[in-house]
Design a protein around this ligand. Structure first.
Ligand SMILES: O=c1ccn([C@@H]2O[C@H](COP(=O)(O)O)[C@@H](O)[C@H]2O)c(=O)[nH]1
Length: 465
């Protein structure tokens, strides 16, 4: 079946293309239904699909080190191309395992390898983008994807927005022309389908299950936290006070499923680079957790604007959240909020109301009252507090509590600890910020799971009372 026209007719005959009236998952009534899953029952057709895809690859001179098929239909196609044309294959898991290595990408690869994504059909491009995000989170470059069939519903532009070039074997227009020519459908049916496609163009959609939200970038941070807590069953913020960003990246891939937030101090990192921080950002999108830079801004407005947006760290470009002292007055919050007006993702901050360290001067009633007032006044940008107690009955403000340990009561330098139960039940914490209790433990992944479970159990018990 070397001829593409023969292949299209065959696909129609095995009911990979159906015409009529079909209710799609979205509830929309469609005049066409395409299901390429059937090809696995027809080895000649399956191979022919793979051969035609490979021809396009040869013609387009795309270079790549490996191939990753989007589960599931594209997997056998990717396998054939990999075996026939001697290319290594990668597989992206749909979910990470809860045991063993917790790897999201299976197969051998090196940092900066280029991987080509293979998909059977593209509509919006969301599955390709989900796969690309997972590969990129591992430091693999993705610049090209190939699909057998493009429904021409704006998938190519959506992918372009994510810096992915789309190669395709067939478009819906070509398929309709071929089927009319071969008298499988009438011109009228073809016109109906074309009209449907014209009226149903897609934009990048939010994906299901909280793993990747392409539009997570447009979901307000408070709402993102609520969704993450319910979907991932975690109120744990891992505080990764490590001095190597490479180590944080590795750790975040291992514990990504267990946390709702990752807190870092970028100014303690020996190996900070914008490239690496972008990798961490991609991981936070893949595993759906928020990224908090614990910068503790505390200067006049003009200076904090520069600290937030310029210099080595350019914090505003990657941190979903930052921490801020209101010591200099509310101008600090105005200044920070103003600096992120032009950033097209939501940004927010947590005001430091009470600190966990012994003798903290913040923990004075008038000071805390001032912080609460400022939080209420700038509630679009200020999503809540760093605190040691519940400061307001307004549940829209998120209370994040550091100084958590199951086994210690403090360190030698003034840090004071309470247990997860004391923090949530006794002090009204929404998020537990846990650092050395996890990073100093022998088995960080296991300890992280323990804190996740303990924190979420206490939260659920209280919710159900
Ligand atoms: O009041 C505060 C405010 C911030 N922190 C930060 O949280 C972590 C705690 O680390 P542990 O290892 O769990 O002690 C750390 O990054 C602090 O800078 C805090 O402890 N108390």
């Amino acid at each position: 079946m070397n001829n593409l026209e023969d292949l299209v007719v065959k696909l129609f005959d095995i009911e990979a293309f159906k015409f009529g009236s079909f209710k799609l998952k979205s509830g929309i009534q469609s005049p066409i239904y395409i299901d390429l899953r059937v090809i696995i029952s027809y080895p000649d057709i399956l191979r022919s699909v793979a051969v035609h895809m490979n021809e396009i690859l040869q013609r387009s001179n795309v270079t790549y080190d490996s191939i990753c098929g989007v589960p599931y239909t594209a997997l056998p196609i990717a396998s054939i191309i990999c075996v026939d044309y001697k290319k290594p294959m990668l597989i992206r898991r749909k979910e990470t395992k809860n045991y063993g290595t917790k790897k999201l990408i299976e197969g051998k690869f090196n940092q900066n390898d280029r991987c080509l994504i293979i998909e059977d059909i593209v509509t919006s491009g969301s599955s390709v983008i989900e796969t690309a995000d997972s590969l990129r989170a591992e430091g693999i470059q993705v610049t090209d994807a190939i699909v057998f069939f493009d429904r021409q519903q704006n998938g190519d532009n959506n992918l372009k927005e994510k810096n992915i070039r789309l190669l395709r074997v067939l478009t819906i227009t070509q398929v309709l022309e071929c089927l009319v020519k071969n008298k499988r459908i009438t011109q009228e049916v073809s016109n109906d389908v074309q009209e449907f496609i014209r009226q149903n163009q897609t934009e990048l959609p939010a994906l299901k299950n909280g793993i990747i939200e392409m539009k997570s970038s447009s979901i307000p941070i408070r709402q993102r936290f609520q969704t993450i807590r319910e979907e991932k069953k975690t109120n744990l913020c891992l505080c990764a006070d490590l001095t190597s960003l490479d180590e944080i990246i590795e750790l975040s891939k291992q514990v990504g499923p267990n946390i709702c937030m990752l807190k870092i101090h970028c100014d303690i990192l020996n190996d900070f680079s914008m490239e690496k921080i972008q990798q961490l950002k991609n991981i936070s999108r893949t595993f759906n957790f928020l990224l908090l830079e614990d910068r503790k801004f505390a200067d006049i407005g003009n200076t904090v604007q520069l600290q937030y947006t310029k210099g080595l760290f350019q914090i505003a470009t990657w941190a979903d959240l930052v921490t801020v002292h209101v010591l200099p007055g509310e101008g600090i919050v105005q200044a920070l909020e103003q600096s992120v007006q032009s950033i097209d993702e939501p940004r927010g901050c947590l005001l430091i109301a009470q600190m966990s360290s012994k003798g903290a001067l913040t923990n004075n009633e008038d000071y805390v009252k001032g912080v609460i007032k400022c939080t209420e006044k700038y509630s679009d940008y200020v999503i809540g507090f760093i605190s040691q107690s519940r400061l307001t009955t307004d549940n829209k403000f998120i209370h994040c509590t550091p100084g958590i340990h199951l086994n210690n009561t403090g360190d030698q330098l003034g840090q004071q600890y309470v247990t997860p139960r004391q923090a949530i039940d006794g002090r009204g914490a929404d998020i537990l910020i846990v650092g050395r209790a996890i990073t100093d433990s022998i088995n960080r992944i296991k300890t992280c799971e323990e804190y996740q479970q303990e924190g979420y159990n206490v939260y659920e018990q209280l919710r159900n009372i």
